[in-house]
Design a protein around this ligand. Structure first.
Ligand code: CO
Length: 173
């Protein structure tokens, strides 16, 4: 399993609902967490590992030993979001070394299914809410560069251009 980098089309593709809650899904989730920790990430969505399904994982602590903080969401749906928003800096494993400011809802209520397919509701706040919104965007084929402030976007314009050139060079080699 490897991280898919921008501008790979799999990051923009449509994602299918998770419909089999089996051993293979559990294995995929474990591999995603391991890859996420190895890259010092706090969240990872399935399209970022080339799987176009509605699955995301995160651990706001980023600590591989803190399994209690691991959250797995299959087929997440946003039920409500706070009116309050906050601006903060984000990164993304599909955009190594690129950072930018993104506005996110301060808190959010979601419904999702766990690894066994059981539906549950969850309220997330602050940092956890931010990570969720970033990863959930991936599920919708949306990327943090689409939501960055114009000032941040201007600062990373060249980095994005380089990534597109590198991707094109790899594709043609
Ligand atoms: Co991301």
């Amino acid at each position: 399993m490897d991280i898919v980098l921008y501008p790979d089309p799999r990051l923009r593709a449509k994602n299918k609902a998770v419909d089999s809650f089996d051993e293979s899904l559990a294995k995929t989730v474990r591999d995603m967490f391991d890859l996420m920790y190895s890259q010092q990430g706090v969240g990872l969505a399935a399209p970022q590992v080339g799987l176009n399904i509605k699955l995301l994982v995160f651990n706001a602590t980023g600590n591989a030993d803190d399994n209690e903080s691991e959250i797995v969401l299959c087929n997440p749906v946003i039920k409500s979001k706070s009116k309050d928003k906050e601006l903060a800096e984000e990164g993304c494993l599909s955009f190594p070394e690129i950072l930018g400011n993104v506005m996110r809802h301060q808190s959010i209520v979601i419904e999702a299914q766990n690894l066994q397919g059981k539906t549950f509701e969850l309220e997330l706040e602050e940092w956890q809410a931010r990570i969720f919104q970033h990863e959930n965007d991936h599920i919708d084929g949306m990327l943090f560069i689409d939501r960055m402030t114009p000032a941040s976007k201007a600062l990373i314009k060249n980095d994005l251009l380089l990534m597109r050139e590198e991707y094109g060079a790899d594709a043609n080699s």
